[in-house]
Design a protein around this ligand. Structure first.
Ligand SMILES: Cc1cc2nc3c(=O)[nH]c(=O)nc-3n(C[C@H](O)[C@H](O)[C@H](O)COP(=O)(O)O)c2cc1C
Length: 352
């Protein structure tokens, strides 16, 4: 166990991005030497049979994954396994390296357990990240590769960025995620339209056997989200991730005027969009729910609503490294209490 309540005040004295760099330094250590971390992994990586499921031809030992944005450059994959994540989504990676938006660009709303970020896809670019993945390949837990266009790429040329990324990362992970839902790249969310999505999936599916998922924003009506995701699945999407951060600044007391909100204040909004999508697409595609998940109960609610998998990012910042173990242990108890032998029986229980 880690006494995060003792560490948190010190970490929270630092600028959020500095605190993230400190965490990254620690979480890179298992790359150099795994041995001292084995004890931690043994206690924190929960792989009970009741949580196992096969998706995309891979075994997911537990359903709790790391949401995109924390490990943008794939430097912490082993560290994330050590923390207990059943899968890790790296990125968003763009074709060329980019520095992202000017700092400060990440803020904490501590009382509201909410992060506001306007990072703008700061990342080392496809070449550097593919090199790193090749060095560490294969991975013991499934890896998602979240891809996005460069800031300076026009909307007309955006498709070329995604195609370039799919070619670059083919076979280096277990699934791709098309990110056209970040609020921090001007014009990106405008790509959430039928013409772009149908053309992208047509071209992309011809290039790779890796499953390709679409990640959507929470800032559209439920009707629009359902229409968009149904269309994406009809065009070949292998799954939907709902949701990215929200630009509904009314959710916090003292918002900054840039970026997107994640964490506790996103919980309801993200769930409502997810549920609307699940009502239409449960059983027809793979569904991943992300946004404000901070407990086993909340993760279980998403699973019963139709989520095959869930992801967490902000919760890790506010609740610390024991959180993933606690969510997985809690899920085991909840599944057993409802009489299930395996998580697959609970997925979509509310839809039946
Ligand atoms: C600092 C930060 C950076 C993020 N960067 C990305 C990103 O690069 N790509 C992406 O698809 N989502 C990104 N996200 C969104 C998360 O993956 C997730 O969808 C969102 O934060 C909601 O989950 P949460 O409430 O558990 O944080 C980012 C979130 C945060 C807080």
């Amino acid at each position: 166990m880690i006494n995060y309540e003792a560490i948190k005040p010190l970490l929270f004295k630092l600028q959020p991005e500095t605190a993230h760099h400190v965490a990254e330094c620690v979480l890179r250590l298992p790359n150099i030497c795994q041995l001292p971390f084995n004890f931690f992994t043994t206690s924190h990586f929960i792989a009970d049979d009741i949580l196992n499921q096969e998706i995309f031809g891979r075994t997911f030992l537990n359903p709790v994954g790391l949401g995109a944005g924390f490990d943008k450059n794939a430097t912490m994959i082993r560290g994330m396994q050590t923390l207990g994540f059943g899968f890790t989504e790296i990125g968003t990676v763009t074709p060329k390296p980019q520095i992202g938006n000017p700092k400060p660009r990440m803020f904490r709303h501590v009382e509201e357990e909410t992060i506001q970020n306007a990072m703008g896809f700061n990342n080392e670019g496809a070449l550097n990240v593919t090199k790193r993945l090749k060095k560490r390949f294969p991975f013991t837990t499934p890896i998602g590769i979240n891809i996005g266009k460069n800031k300076l790429t026009t909307e007309q040329e955006a498709i070329n960025d995604y195609i370039h990324l799919i070619k670059s990362f083919d076979k280096l992970g277990d699934y791709f995620v098309i990110n056209i839902s970040s609020p921090n790249t001007p014009g990106l969310r405008d790509l959430q339209n039928e013409a772009f999505i149908s053309e992208l999936f047509k071209q992309a599916k011809a290039l790779t056997d890796m499953p390709i998922l679409l990640k959507i924003a929470p800032d559209m009506t439920q009707e629009d989200a359902v229409t968009l995701t149904k269309m994406a699945v009809a065009c070949g999407a292998d799954g939907i991730i709902a949701t990215n951060t929200t630009i509904d600044y009314s959710l916090v007391k003292n918002p900054k005027d840039i970026g997107g909100l994640s964490g506790a204040v996103l919980k309801e909004k993200s769930f409502k969009i997810f549920e609307a999508i699940a009502k239409e697409l449960y059983g027809k595609t793979i569904l991943i729910s992300v946004g404000g998940i901070d407990s086993a109960e909340e993760a279980y609610k998403r699973i019963k609503a139709g989520a095959n998998l869930v992801q967490i990012l902000s919760g890790l910042i506010f609740h610390g490294p024991d959180m993933i173990m606690n969510v997985n242990k809690g899920l085991i108890e909840l599944l057993k209490a409802d009489g299930y032998d395996n998580i697959t029986q609970a997925i979509g229980a509310d839809r039946k």
